[in-house]
Design a protein around this ligand. Structure first.
Ligand SMILES: [Zn+2]
Length: 431
């Protein structure tokens, strides 16, 4: 298929006019200037790589509006989230995720990392098919047409001291590291051969795993060559708990257990010390920022500028999905740093777009993705320069306008793996 785009962002500081993108079997095979060949598809507007939510819990979407107005802290919010998790069946989980993934696609998100820990029946008994809940997410992704990395998270303890799961956490737990590993390996077989589904693994947090568990999860990621994720230092209380139990910060514990490497993505990493950040940048690990969720939950403003300055690869996540708009996540990375540091232009617009695209694909194990170039998956999004957000912009400042002024309302068309899944703002599939 030959696509002709009026403009495209090819990674430079400006957009390029008249770009031909040739796609075969879901992969971009060539990118060039205007061609004599007749285009199969003509896309008006600005073509950008598909954006990525590298950290999502689809089921939290149901809390939208139901907790935003409440008081309390992160831990009070967590109670509400646990009540929601208690009665979700595989069918309800799939339907809810399909709706969320549809919303993501219409907003220009072409790939999602689902951080999945809702594994078992409410009393902790495995389903007949132990990966029934994970497969519900896979089916939801296939129904909606989004690219999915299912990140299977281990959740065995209720604190850094190794205490057993709370009653509300029973369905998250496999009961032991061996059982988790066996189920995760089975999940790898279940998704094998699916062109738009991949597997990642995670430990939920240093609160949910012992040091030995962390080492075992990292070993499995290495053994199967999978992305490795973890929530880290979202709240100061987690740091205190980890220091009390292990005498090191959460990041220090990851370094000591072999969890930090180039395959690792640290979600949030909000409350890290300078020493933590040295460990992170030295290891090649990336950081996934979730600014709208971190703001909603009162987590704090993370040191994005410090990570960027030391070369830590950044990605973005919609996390709780109280808001699904990766353009807003991009903008907030810059705006939070402006508010924190008292200066402007902390992150270059192109770098914000890279966090939302190539950074996300890297975090989710799609190594060549997130850029419009030969060899990349054909995940593409069109933003309308005549939208309310963008009308009147110039070619020269289009990249800044997309990163700092656009919203999901500017998205008109979306392609995933070469399939045209959103046309003129509407989903082509029925989810
Ligand atoms: Zn999360």
């Amino acid at each position: 298929v030959l696509i002709h785009a009026e403009y495209a962002w090819l990674g430079a500081s400006t957009v390029t006019g008249g770009v031909a993108v040739e796609v075969e079997d879901g992969t971009i095979v060539s990118v060039g200037g205007s061609t004599n060949k007749t285009a199969d598809v003509t896309l008006g507007g600005i073509l950008i790589p598909g954006t990525v939510s590298a950290h999502s819990h689809a089921f939290h979407r149901r809390l939208r509006g139901r907790t935003q107005g409440e008081g309390g802290d992160f831990w009070a919010w967590r109670e509400a989230m646990y009540r929601l998790a208690a009665d979700l069946t595989p069918e309800a989980y799939e339907d809810l995720a399909a709706v969320v993934f549809g919303e993501m696609l219409r907003s220009g998100i072409t790939a999602v990392g689902e951080f999945h820990y809702l594994h078992h029946q409410p009393d902790g008994t495995p389903y007949l098919e132990p990966n029934m809940m994970g497969m519900a997410l896979v089916r939801a992704a296939e129904r909606s047409g989004i690219r999915l990395t299912l990140i299977d998270a281990l959740y065995l303890t209720s604190g850094a001291d190794g205490a057993p799961p709370l009653p509300d956490q029973t369905r998250f737990s496999d009961g032991g590291i061996e059982a988790w590993e066996e189920r995760a390996r089975a999940m790898a077989s279940l998704v094998q051969g699916k062109p738009t589904v991949a597997l990642g693994v995670a430990a939920h947090s240093v609160r949910a795993a012992t040091p030995n568990d962390l080492a075992r999860v990292a070993d499995l990621a290495s053994d199967l060559d999978l992305p490795l994720h973890i929530h880290i230092s979202e709240q100061p209380a987690e740091n205190d708990e980890c220091l009390a139990a292990h005498g090191v910060t959460p990041t220090g514990l990851l370094a000591a257990t072999g969890f930090l490497s180039e395959r690792t993505t640290l979600v949030h990493a909000t409350h890290t010390s300078a020493n933590d950040r040295e460990l992170i940048s030295g290891s090649g690990a990336g950081v996934c920022l979730c600014p709208t969720t971190e703001a909603d939950l009162g987590d704090g403003i993370g040191p994005a500028a410090e990570y960027a300055a030391s070369g830590v690869p950044l990605s973005l996540g919609s996390d709780s999905n109280a808001v699904i708009d990766i353009f807003e996540e991009m903008r907030r990375v810059e705006h939070h740093d402006r508010l924190r540091l008292g200066r402007r232009g902390v992150h270059q617009p192109g770098d914000l777009l890279r966090a939302a695209t190539v950074g996300g694909m890297r975090a989710l194990g799609w190594a060549d993705g997130g850029i419009i170039t030969a060899g990349a998956p054909a995940d593409l999004v069109v933003v309308d320069p005549d939208s309310d957000d963008l009308h009147g912009i110039d070619e020269d400042n289009a990249v800044a306008a997309i990163a700092l002024a656009a919203t999901r309302a500017s998205v008109t068309d979306v392609l995933v793996n070469g399939e045209h899944v959103v046309r003129d703002g509407s989903l082509a599939t029925s989810s």
